[in-house]
Design a protein around this ligand. Structure first.
Ligand code: F6R
Length: 610
């Protein structure tokens, strides 16, 4: 959360910083700011100031509004920030950049300085004047305290005093370089020609370069327009530049009203690309019977939010096809548990590869001696440097805060994993080949769901008038219901709860009213009859029921108010199609309510704080 950028080069920094910040708003967007080493242009009627001073502008609100209110600043070196508040309320004073007492040093920061209170008190005693409530401001004052003409040295000394997580960019008057540092929060350097860029992630620099350096924990870098020098623990280190595989075009809306809608529509490709190169290589005879080989005793998956729901679906599929003991924990909770892990294979699932709780969980598992694997969508992300093995989903950049195409690509990965681990006595060759064939049909079946968009949109708009909704499923469809509820609540602000259908009568029935719609995921598997029973029990109490059901299901229509038909597929694969329908339902409910779909209130795409 929070996006940081830096630029140093021959061009004007201001437009580059502002455009880059717009690309990072999905990391936080309650306030923003820039600091540029330069001067305010005089032709805008504002007082000019001497050149090469830190020109600081910051305010609450979005970058598009901010840029209209600030003067034109001339200068080729600058830093910027878009904030997701952690320490201190949303206010102009708490917006970054933060400066030292004399406004000669400016800092942008993503992360949390855990010991900031103690440091702040000590600095105040030493005479430093604080102007914000943030943890970040201590960094600016510490750099000031240690500054003796050498900026990188002052930054190193300052960072030695802090505990916590950070990605920072520091700008100082009198310096032709910016200083960057990283500890547990992501930071990349984009390499240009006589110019360099710094950002929290590659999406901010794709318009300018495809060559980036992914900084590692403990790195401190000095970046000028032509040079980049990185040290770690006082030693100079070489960090190879990597070519980013995403294009700037992929990170555009391409005519869609929202990134979320575009990303929903990109799911056939995301699933196809993720399966490609893997699915044809799974040799049915050479499946790894890990259980028998004694290699794999059990699997633990750790993840948050939507990725956690993918893990729960993975738990069902792996359990069904492999009969391996599987546990799934939300990463933040795993970090509080003492679980018995003995050669447990720990999978961290995170589209961004930066979710702090998931990173911590995987680190903990490694410390306990467990083999680890990451499933992520982001090349070079932090989790790729922690896990023993990495599997990349091939979704392309996902910008909308609500995860969509990365979720179905995670599912594709987990199904591939289950197929490659499934022992022959559980999944025989015939069934196996049938399932592979069905998986290959997923992209076209997802297209068919998308073809029904208008019909789903109508029902989504219908949901918009309600304040509460239930989502129910059984078996593999229960985590699908959880994901449907999460999508609805996060983008439309309708309170939505997911329950295993059988659980409703153990309490939640008390809340059923005619104004509480229920979305029932009715997969045509062995849970179907029980689901019909649950639907009847619900209908007897008044709520409207919307069923997501297989097309051609003649029966269900008699019991529910609305049926959203989904193409036929092996019920094991139904989560792919049902999830896409639920995403569209949520999208159109949110659109009807006029919600800011790509940037829901209080949420950020990449949750880099614990
Ligand atoms: C919801 C959503 C979040 C993320 C969660 C984990 O639509 O996107 O719940 O799934 O913050 O993010 P990653 O997958 O990046 O670890």
């Amino acid at each position: 959360m929070c996006g940081i950028v830096g630029y140093i080069g021959y061009r004007e920094a201001q437009p580059i910083l502002l455009e880059s910040l717009k690309k990072l708003e999905y990391r936080g967007y309650d306030s923003c700011g820039i600091a540029i080493l330069g001067s305010v242009a005089r032709n805008d009627g504002l007082e000019g100031v001497p050149a090469n001073r830190i020109q600081l502008c910051k305010d609450v609100g979005r970058v598009v509004d901010f840029e209209k209110t600030i003067p034109k600043i001339q200068g080729g070196t600058g830093i910027g920030h878009t904030r997701w508040a952690t320490h201190g309320k949303v206010s102009a004073a708490n917006a970054h950049p933060h400066t030292d007492c004399g406004c000669k040093i400016a800092v942008v920061h993503n992360g949390i300085i855990e010991n900031f209170q103690k440091l702040r008190e000590a600095l105040i005693k030493e005479g430093h004047l604080f102007t914000s409530e943030t943890d970040t401001e201590v960094i600016a004052h510490l750099v000031e305290k240690y500054y003796r003409g050498n900026l990188v040295e002052a930054v190193s000394r300052a960072l030695a005093d802090v505990t916590g997580t950070y990605a920072i960019v520091v700008l100082a008057e009198g310096h032709k370089e910016i200083v960057v540092a990283k500890q547990e929060s992501p930071l990349i350097i984009g390499i240009g020609d006589k110019e360099n860029f710094v950002a929290s992630d590659v999406s901010a620099v794709l318009d300018y370069t495809d060559r980036v350096i992914y900084l590692e924990d403990g790195d401190i870098g000095v970046v000028s327009d032509r040079d980049i020098t990185i040290t770690n623990n006082g030693q100079k280190v070489n960090r190879d530049a990597q070519i980013v595989l995403w294009s700037a075009q992929e990170a555009q809306k391409a005519g869609y009203e929202h990134f979320m809608l575009k990303e929903i529509h990109e799911q056939p490709k995301a699933v196809e690309n993720t399966l490609r190169g893997h699915i044809s290589f799974i040799d049915p005879m050479a499946r790894l019977d890990m259980g028998k080989m004694g290699v794999l005793k059990d699997i633990l998956m750790v993840a948050c939010g939507t990725s956690y729901h993918a893990a729960l679906i993975g738990e069902y599929i792996l359990g069904k096809l492999c009969h391996v003991p599987i546990r799934v924990k939300t990463a933040s909770e795993f970090n509080h548990y003492e679980m018995a892990l003995d050669k447990t294979w720990v999978l961290g699932i995170t589209q961004s590869g930066e979710t702090n709780d998931t990173l911590r969980a995987l680190k903990k598992a490694k410390l306990l001696g467990c083999p680890t694997m990451a499933i992520t969508n982001v090349q070079g992300s932090s989790i790729t440097r922690i896990a023993d093995q990495v599997f990349y989903t091939q979704s392309g950049p996902e910008i909308g805060v609500a995860a969509t195409k990365t979720f179905t690509a995670q599912l594709a990965t987990l199904y591939l994993l289950a197929l490659s681990l499934a022992p022959i006595d559980i999944l025989d060759i015939r069934e196996y080949k049938k399932l592979i064939g069905e998986m290959k049909s997923l992209p076209s079946k997802i297209h068919q769901v998308l073809d029904g968009e208008e019909r789903i949109a109508k029902h989504g708009r219908g949901l918009a008038k309600f304040d509460n909704a239930f989502f129910i499923g059984r078996g593999v469809s229960y985590p699908v219901a959880m994901e449907g509820a999460l999508k609805l609540k996060e983008i439309s602000y309708i309170h939505a709860e997911a329950y295993p259908a059988g659980e409703l009568k153990h309490g939640p029935f008390a809340l059923l009213r005619s104004n509480t719609p229920v979305v029932a995921i009715a997969a045509r598997d062995d849970t179907y009859e029980a689901m019909i029973t649950s639907i009847k029990e619900i209908k007897a109490r008044g709520p409207q029921v919307i069923a997501i059901a297989e097309e051609g299901d003649e029966d269900i229509g008699q019991f529910v108010d609305v049926v959203i038909p989904i193409p036929r597929i092996d019920p094991l694969l139904s989560p792919f199609l049902n999830s896409v329908a639920l995403q569209l339902l949520a999208y159109y409910a949110a659109k009807e309510r006029g919600c800011p779909i790509d940037l829901p209130a209080n949420l950020a795409k990449s949750v880099t704080v614990p």
